[in-house]
Design a protein around this ligand. Structure first.
Ligand code: GDP
Length: 468
């Protein structure tokens, strides 16, 4: 269904670029474009062939030329939103794009909300919710593996799997309901065991997806990673080395990283959300103190902690502090022995001994590194891959991966399925089993958007960028 309020937005990234695109969508979008765009062919835009580029000029209400541009019109349902769409490709300057955008408003369009074009594509049934989310994931993909996962969702492969699950559920429900409605038709006793087996099979499939849920969430959102270590151990240098650019300030004065810096870095296809925390040591400097406190709290709830030690210096009380901190962290820990290009003055045995005495820390391995010479990344990549894929990268190619929202829905669906098995086990009647299974069916529909309330929908699309 084509919406009568026409929306308009700059669809290209903010800032200056070679070209910028203003996208207009809705019933009347082409009329609006027609008022402001004059093809050099002399035809009116409405006479031009849809989906072909028209070269011309953008003019305001007084006929003043604002820019030379290309305009493409697409008619419902053959467009991204399934509505009438006009796209004006103008020069990518902030002012010129803004002028054209304001002109579209004056001609009757209104400003599009974040994600509203994609929301319309969803509401018009062109894509389902998991595909709509994939559009945003493609834009935000941090690594090639993240992109592959998003493309898999956009292609509809993930939604198809969910739809098959829902159909399986529906046929079990239909079978149960038939036995409730027409008990006299049932010559044989209803086969509860068979129903239970079918539910168990579905539960297994969902649980298999849930096993890989963490991988999907990491690929999409990045692994929340804290780099900790005493001042001058080389935390900022390691972050810069991993980033491949000078982002954090590297200095020879201890305690100069006052606040924390967050960046994404791609390590062997795994996106790390890196937080470089201030050097951890006791200090009287108030600003640094706040930084140190922050560092502690980041480290406590990071999913991965890179604990950096300076192999060129003997162990100090500050290093011992770090080891104590590690023991209270809930995430995986990788120990980095930095500065291996210099003489090895840190006594490895003492360090390893102390690390072994950590009772709670999940230490995944020790990586000798030199941030300065760029050594050690291979081993770090290998360890990370083991953490994220559980040592089985290949599995990824055939496995549908889900994000945090989807995995929560799957988890709740699994609970409903377990309830239904319980209901059968305690000998309750078909009606009660159906209630559990219907809840599971409804829940699963939230992934594709078949059952979802307006608020959740708005919440999802509000995370999109404007113009998408
Ligand atoms: P942070 O306080 O832990 O962030 O430490 P920085 O990254 O600022 O590094 C402190 C000093 O150690 C700087 O002079 C760096 O150049 C030096 N440094 C860092 N990593 C290495 C390394 O692998 N080898 C050598 N030789 N020096 C390093």
């Amino acid at each position: 269904m084509q919406q009568d309020d026409v929306i308009s937005a700059i669809a290209t990234a903010p800032g200056e670029g070679g070209i910028g695109i203003i996208r207009i969508s809705g019933n009347g979008a082409v009329d609006i474009a027609n008022k402001i765009f004059r093809p050099y062919s002399g035809n009116s835009l409405k006479e031009c062939t849809p989906r072909l580029a028209n070269y011309g000029k953008v003019v305001d209400e007084n006929g003043k030329i604002i820019d030379e541009a290309i305009c493409i019109v697409m008619y419902a349902p053959n467009s991204y939103t399934c509505e009438d769409v006009a796209e004006i490709q103008c020069h990518g300057g902030n002012i010129v794009m803004r002028e054209i955008l304001l002109l579209t408003y004056r001609m009757g369009a209104r400003a599009a909300e974040p994600g509203e074009f994609t929301k319309r594509a969803f509401l018009n049934g062109r894509i389902d919710l998991s595909q709509a989310q994939a559009v945003m994931d493609i834009i935000n993909a941090k690594t090639k593996a993240s992109l592959d996962m998003a493309m898999d969702h956009l292609s509809g492969r993930f939604s198809d799997t969910i739809k098959v699950f829902r159909n399986d559920l529906l046929s079990i429900i239909a079978h149960l309901e038939a036995s409730i409605d027409f008990p006299e038709d049932d010559i044989e006793e209803f086969d509860f065991e068979d129903t239970k087996e079918k539910i168990k099979l579905l539960l297994e499939k969902i649980e298999k997806m849930l096993d890989m849920a963490d991988t999907g969430i990491i690929l999409r959102d990045g692994l929340k990673t804290a780099i900790i270590g005493k001042p001058n151990a080389g935390k900022s240098s390691i972050m810069n080395f991993l980033l491949g650019q000078e982002r954090a300030i590297v200095t020879e004065v201890p305690g100069t990283t006052r606040d924390s810096i967050e960046e994404y870095v791609n390590i062997g296809g795994i996106p790390l959300r890196l937080i470089d925390t201030a050097g951890i040591r006791s200090t009287d400097d108030i600003v640094e103190k706040i930084g140190v406190e922050k560092a502690y709290s980041y480290a406590y709830d990071a999913e991965l902690v890179l604990a950096v030690f300076d192999s060129n210096r003997e162990m100090t009380a500050e290093d011992e502090e770090i080891i104590k901190l590690i023991d209270n962290c809930s995430g995986n820990i990788i120990i980095i022995m930095n500065k291996i290009d210099l003489s090895a003055d840190l006594n490895n045995d003492i360090l390893i001994n102390k690390l072994e005495s950590c009772k709670h820390a999940k230490i995944c391995g020790i990586v000798p590194m030199s941030a300065k010479k760029g050594q050690g990344q291979d081993k770090l990549e290998k360890l990370l891959s083991d953490i994220v894929y559980g040592g089985n990268v290949k599995i990824m190619e055939h496995q549908a991966l889900c994000d945090a929202r989807q995995s929560e829905i799957l988890r709740q669906t699994a609970e409903f399925l377990k309830d239904s098995i319980n209901t059968i086990n305690i000998g309750m009647s078909e009606d009660f089993i159906v209630i559990d299974l219907r809840s599971a069916w409804e829940k699963l529909g939230e992934i594709t958007g078949e059952s979802l309330d307006e608020d959740i929908l708005n919440q999802i699309f509000s995370k999109f960028c404007i113009g998408k």
